[in-house]
Each structure stands twice: as C-alpha cells, then as structure tokens.
Design a protein around this ligand. Structure first.
Ligand code: NAD
Length: 240
C-alpha cells in the first residue's frame, strides 16, 4: 500500500514542490489549500497526469474543526508536513495584537491543529512522521520579523518536545529551517534585497522550493528512521 502524506499550504511555493516530490517518490498526496483552489487543483492535476495519486483538500489551518474534517476525508496519514505559513514584516512597535495573533494562528496553531488531528491514528499504528517547516529566523531571529521569528522558534520547541513525547510510540518529529527560498513569500523584498541575501549566503544563491522538498522527502524516508527531534537547516550555510 502507498504511504500517504498530507501537506498543508500545498498550492504554491515550497508546499507545491513538496507535493510533486512526494508524489514522484510514490506517496499518495493530500494537497491542502486555503483559498487558491485553482492553483491547488493544478498541483493535483499535474500529479495525476504523471501517474501519481493526489487529493484536493480545502481547509484553513487556523480552524480546528476544518482541519479535523479534512483529516477524516483524507483518511490515513503516514506523513504530515506542516508547511502552511505566513510572514509578518515590520517593526514590532507597529505590530497590532491582531497581526501578532494571526501570525501565531497560522504558523503555530495551524501545526498544532494538524498534529492533534492525525496523532490518534499514528499512535494506534505505532508509526508516523511529522515534519514542521520552520525558518532560519526561528533559530537566530530577524529584525523587522519578530512575530514570524517567534512563531518559527515556537515550531522548533514544538518539534523537540513532541519528538520526546511520541518517540516511544514509533513516531518521528523533525523540523526544517529553510534560508532564503525564492517563492512568493519574498515578493515584498526588492530585487536588490534578494541579491544581497543571496550574496550573504555562503553558497551564493537563493534556495529553491525543490531544495526544501528534497530534504523533506529524505526526512520522511526509511533512510532517516533514526532521526528525530532535529532542526535541519536548508539555507546554503547562512546559519551555522
Ligand atoms: P508561500 O506564501 O508561497 O506558501 C505559503 C502557503 O501557506 C500558501 O500556499 C498559503 O496559501 C498557505 N497558507 C497560508 N495561510 C494558510 C491557512 N490559514 N491555511 C492553509 N494554508 C495557508 O511561501 P513559501 O515560501 O512556499 O512558504 C512555505 C513555508 O516555508 C512557510 O511556512 C514559510 O514560513 C516557510 N519558509 C519560507 C521561506 C522562504 O524564504 N520562502 C524561508 C523559511 C521558511
């Protein structure tokens, strides 16, 4: 039987690359999206055209009931990829309580909602793999991105604590911390800023969504069966 992966925020960027890479590796893929149904349907169509197996799943990860019913509809989840996330740029003094709360609702509560919804089946099978998409800013912090850095740091703590809690139950929990990846999330930055970030990266380039997707497929694989509670930097050496 094919293993099944559920990927949140899979209509574009890292989530899309992840959906295509897991499909290529032989997984049944749950392609979650929030609002962009046509882009997500395109991901599903691409996978089906390539002979893979995928299902379109709408849910706002901030909504626990919606996440829970999405998991019921999809069924078996062997691998969960908590990829959905939003940035929050600006000086902390300009961040409203609503903006702060929304940043945590998507990046942190969303991951908790998904994990809480899939854990019962993973616990009963004594098998499963949870992958959280943090950020290098969650490891070292970024000025003008305090809520985002704090939320991504929370995901790292969540990963480590949960890995200890569910390791004895056969479930692995890991985290990736991408550097600057060339996706729509960085569209606010000017070309010059992006070039400067690439120049600050020891490998002298921006990351691609596929760079992150390949690492996630590895962490989900049998080859990574003794790896849990880790934060894998995929950042061209930006953070060491
Ligand atoms: P992106 O904006 O293209 O993707 C984010 C995805 O999350 C989108 O598909 C979006 O629709 C989805 N999403 C947002 N709110 C949602 C909600 N409430 N419910 C369900 N889905 C929701 O950006 P990306 O770069 O592909 O980001 C993917 C992940 O990688 C994010 O968690 C991001 O924080 C992280 N990341 C990105 C970078 C980077 O430089 N691009 C670096 C480090 C970490």
């Amino acid at each position: 039987m094919k293993k099944a992966v559920l990927i949140t925020g899979a209509s574009r960027g890292i989530g899309r690359a992840c959906a295509l890479s897991f499909a290529k590796a032989g997984y049944r893929v749950g392609v979650n999206f929030h609002t962009n149904s046509s882009a997500a349907a395109n991901v599903v169509r691409t996978i089906l055209e390539q002979g893979g197996d995928a299902m379109l799943l709408q849910a706002d990860v901030t909504d626990y009931a919606a996440v829970s019913s999405m998991v019921s509809v999809f069924g078996r989840v062997d691998i969960l990829v908590n990829n959905a996330g939003i940035a929050c740029d600006g000086l902390l003094q300009d961040v409203t309580p609503a903006l702060w709360a929304h940043t945590f609702a998507v990046n942190v509560n969303g991951a908790y909602h998904c994990v809480h919804s899939v854990l019962p089946q993973m616990l009963s099978r004594h098998d499963g793999c949870i992958l959280n998409v943090s950020s290098m800013w969650g490891r070292v912090g970024a000025a003008c991105e305090v809520p985002y850095s704090a939320a991504k740091a929370a995901l790292i703590g969540f990963t480590k604590a949960l890995a200890k809690e569910v390791g004895p139950s056969g479930i692995r929990v890991n985290c990736v911390a991408p550097g600057v990846i060339d996706t729509a999330m960085n569209a606010l930055h000017s070309k010059e800023d992006m070039a400067a970030l690439a120049a600050d990266t020891p490998l002298m380039r921006l990351g691609t969504p596929e760079d992150v997707a390949h690492a996630l497929v590895f962490l989900a694989s049998e080859q990574a069966s003794f790896i849990t509670g880790q934060v894998l930097g995929i950042d061209g050496g930006f953070v060491m």
